[in-house]
Write a protein that binds this ligand. Structure first.
Ligand code: IPM
Ligand code: MG
Length: 368
């Protein structure tokens, strides 16, 4: 049997330095447990633009389509802010999502016990929090046509289009219901059916999928603005939230912050199953490229390491190993290891990106 394959795309900013720590965890599996991955690396984002004049070279996309899982660091940075829209680093990421048809973006917002005090919300509101946002990722206003900036009379008009087909809503709804069955068995669907036709259709289709195939799962609907409010008021009422591309972008950043730090949260973007039964998949931290701290050893590698844990769970059928990585992260946090983003008022000295990675390896060793 061939080894499972992973394509690593470190990208820009802090991407390469956090990915270095992930690489150690991947290698740990080979050395300690004989779980060997075939790992290759390539460029995406600004660094790909510098090398090839495009944020995603065709050969990189072709590799991404072939491997069992893609692990991505982050894209973007101030050097690329003035580039034409079509070659901005972010376009590389969006093209990967679209071309691989990764329609279901899973963004967990989980509060680590050791960090409950670190949230901007009261401890009792967030401790034990464990929600999963399923964001539609390949359609909606991010990709809808017409789009652009046009001339109209004597001024310019910026246009984007929110557009959803029934089948696009249907498939992401199914992903959410399937996940809910393996968790708390509850789905809350969020849209703006009070003002948007696409929201009316969204609500109808989600309800239909539920009634026909997932009646055992508890379903509720909420307007996305009310959903944002409820997320801040009492987030523990939610289990799985399913929502569109743009609302999912906003709500997942808000949910991430509830947990104490954006630097902690992983994500998985999943598509249809490939010939080998594994879903097409890309894993990436929710945080961005943080150019202000790039190269300083200040970045928190945990979100990226937990993204690899999600790969273990969703691509490689290694749920127990995913638990092992998550437990190792819990234990280093409990032991007081903190990168600068996790520092409170308690006067703890921060550790570097590399020291955090090493501590996690040590915690992994302790589980053997
Ligand atoms: C995210 C990011 C991206 C998005 C950007 C970098 C294109 O904010 O993954 O949430 O808007 O989808
Ligand atoms: Mg975002």
């Amino acid at each position: 049997m061939t080894n499972p394959s992973i394509l690593i795309l470190p990208g820009d900013g802090i991407g390469p330095e956090v990915m270095k720590e992930v690489r150690k965890v991947i290698d740990w599996y080979g050395t300690k447990l004989g779980l060997v991955f075939d790992v290759s690396e390539d460029l995406v984002g600004g660094i790909a633009y510098d090398a090839h004049g495009t944020p995603l070279h065709d050969s990189t996309l072709a590799k991404a389509q072939e491997v069992d899982a893609v692990l991505l660091g982050a894209v973007g940075g101030p050097d690329y802010d003035n580039l034409d829209f079509s070659v901005k680093p972010e376009r590389g990421l969006l093209k990967l999502r679209k071309e691989m048809d990764l329609f279901a973006n899973l963004r967990p917002a989980q509060c680590f016990n050791a960090l409950a005090d670190f949230s901007s919300l009261k401890t009792e509101v967030v401790s034990g929090l464990d929600i999963m946002i399923v964001r539609e990722l390949t359609s909606g206003i991010y990709f809808g046509e017409p789009r652009g900036i046009i001339e109209e009379g004597n001024e310019r008009v910026g246009i984007n289009t929110q557009r959803y087909t029934e089948s696009e809503i249907d498939r992401v709804a199914r992903s959410a219901f399937e996940l809910a069955r393996r968790r708390g068995n509850k789905v809350c669907s969020m849209e703006k059916a009070n003002v948007m036709e696409s929201g009316v259709l969204w609500r109808e289709v989600v309800q239909k999928v539920h009634d026909e195939d997932y009646a055992d799962v508890e379903l509720s609907h909420m307007y996305a603005d009310a959903g944002a409010m409820q997320l801040c008021r009492w987030p523990k009422q939610f289990d799985v939230i399913v929502t569109d591309n743009l609302f999912g972008d906003l709500l997942s950043d808000a949910a991430a912050m509830l947990t104490g730090s954006l630097g902690m949260l992983p994500s998985a973007s999943l598509g249809a199953p490939m010939a080998n039964g594994r879903p097409k998949a890309l894993y990436e931290p929710v945080h961005g490229s943080a150019p202000d701290i790039a190269g300083e050893g200040k970045a928190n590698p945990i979100a990226c390491i937990l993204s690899f844990a999600m790969a273990l769970r969703y691509s490689f059928d290694q749920g127990k190993e995913a638990d092992r990585v998550e437990a190792a992260v819990e234990s280093v946090l409990a032991d007081g290891y903190r990168t600068p983003d996790l520092l409170g008022e308690d006067g703890v000295d921060p550790v570097t990106t590399q020291q955090m990675g090493d501590a996690i390896l040590k915690a992994l060793n302790a589980t053997l």
